[in-house]
Design a protein around this ligand. Structure first.
Ligand code: NAD
Ligand code: UFG
Length: 340
């Protein structure tokens, strides 16, 4: 490995990309962001500079621009790409499927073409536990059958398949598929975090907005699931642990060079009410909630068996639910309107 290899982060200005950017710097890599800011703010760049003590290179543009991808890879001598760029709102994907197929799959094809043309064939992909659909049991291992229940999930599943086809066509490709469970939390500085536009779809940003007084109460979607307290159980993972997982993935691909598909989760499930109570304790704020009907498409339980990531990458999650709540609260309370 050359000193300070440059890593391209498509969508690197977003929630997970911005945290991974700092983790890469700390591990001796040189990140280069390619982002069109369709779901993020350029203000994150100034925060990254403050935290790193040096500017992070950012190319403003669209991953669907194949010629730009090739140029950026060649200009910066990119050793590997982490592909975060994409849309991620499940409900919107049902209403606007073509928006999701165009950006998530069109983006993947364009990226692979640009990488191939530039001769860079090392790729880490942001996949999701959504590819397991409604799992027959928990914890989930990587060999569970894949399925999808919405266009977003379908785009992740097909994204994985496109990567597999490229490896068959040319074994020089080195690829890491990371199936994230439920990323939450924020950098411990409170300077970067999750900044959803509009009404949050996901539990933790909704809880933080209730705690900060922006929304009156949380709707808990169902309390009649077959779980210990009846509310949905998920594998919440601190975004800092997730960021470390990307560093481990890049190191493994640039080192040993074997492709892999791994879960990134803690292996522990927490219910909605456990999250609410942990958040109240760590923020000192009440989180009023009402029980609402089940949300269509939700599963009762979803949590990982993360043993394969530990075996192949030497990675495991360390942060607790309390850490996730405390850091999410620090970010939200210091930045009530996010980056705006
Ligand atoms: P995010 O929306 O915060 O970040 C995505 C970034 O990609 C944004 O900065 C956006 O501006 C950029 N982008 C989108 N389309 C682009 C394009 N065509 N060209 C250039 N930039 C583009 O989302 P995130 O939470 O950081 O998620 C990152 C990735 O991880 C996504 O692919 C998402 O599907 C996946 N993922 C997220 C979760 C989650 O719960 N956050 C769970 C599983 C998988
Ligand atoms: N929930 C509520 N109220 C809310 C929001 C969520 O009760 O306002 C509940 C849900 O019913 C579920 C749990 O909180 O039981 C977690 O819901 P999220 O929307 O935060 O997360 P999901 O597990 O539904 O989905 C997330 C991402 C998907 C991704 C999946 C697995 O949104 O894109 O994790 O990675 F595929």
């Amino acid at each position: 490995m050359t000193a300070n290899p440059s890593i391209l982060l498509t969508g690197g200005a977003g929630f997970i990309g911005s945290h991974t950017c700092l983790a890469l710097c700390a591990a001796g890599f040189e990140p280069v962001i390619l982002d069109n800011f369709s779901n993020s703010s350029p203000a994150v760049l100034e925060r990254l500079q403050r935290l790193r003590g040096q500017a992070v290179v950012c190319e403003r543009g669209d991953v669907g621009d194949t010629a730009l991808v090739q140029t950026v890879i060649e200009r910066h001598g990119i050793a590997a790409v982490i592909h975060f760029a994409g849309f991620k709102a499940v409900g919107e994907s049902v209403a606007k499927p073509l928006k999701y197929y165009a950006n998530n799959l069109g983006g993947m094809v364009s990226l692979l073409q640009g990488m191939d043309a530039a001769g860079c064939r090392t790729l880490v992909f942001s996949s999701s536990a959504t590819v397991y659909g409604d799992p027959a049991s928990v914890p989930i291992t990587e060999d569970f059958p894949r399925s999808h229940t919405n266009p977003y999930g379908h785009s992740k599943l097909v994204g994985e398949d496109i990567m597999a086809a490229m490896r068959i066509a040319n074994p020089a490709w080195r690829m890491g598929v990371l199936r994230y469970f439920n990323p939450v939390g924020a950098h411990p500085s409170g300077l970067i975090g999750e900044d959803p536009l509009g009404i949050p779809d996901n539990l933790m940003p909704y809880v933080t907005q209730v705690a900060v007084g922006q929304r009156p109460h949380l709707n808990v979607y169902g309390n009649d699931y077959a779980t210990p307290d009846g509310t949905g159980v998920r594998d919440y993972i601190h975004v800092q642990d997730l960021a470390a997982g990307h560093v481990a993935a890049v190191q493994a691909l640039l080192g040993r060079g074997e492709s892999f598909t791994v879960n990134l989760g803690t292996g522990r499930g927490h219910s909605v009410l456990e999250v609410v109570h942990a958040f109240e304790q760590n923020s000192g704020r009440p989180v009023p909630y009402q029980i609402a009907p089940r949300r269509p498409g939700d599963v009762a339980q979803c949590y990982a068996n993360p043993a394969l990531a530990h075996r192949l990458l030497g990675w495991q999650a360390h942060h607790t639910l309390d850490d996730m709540c405390a850091d999410a609260w620090r970010w939200q309370s210091q930045n009530p309107s996010g980056y705006r």
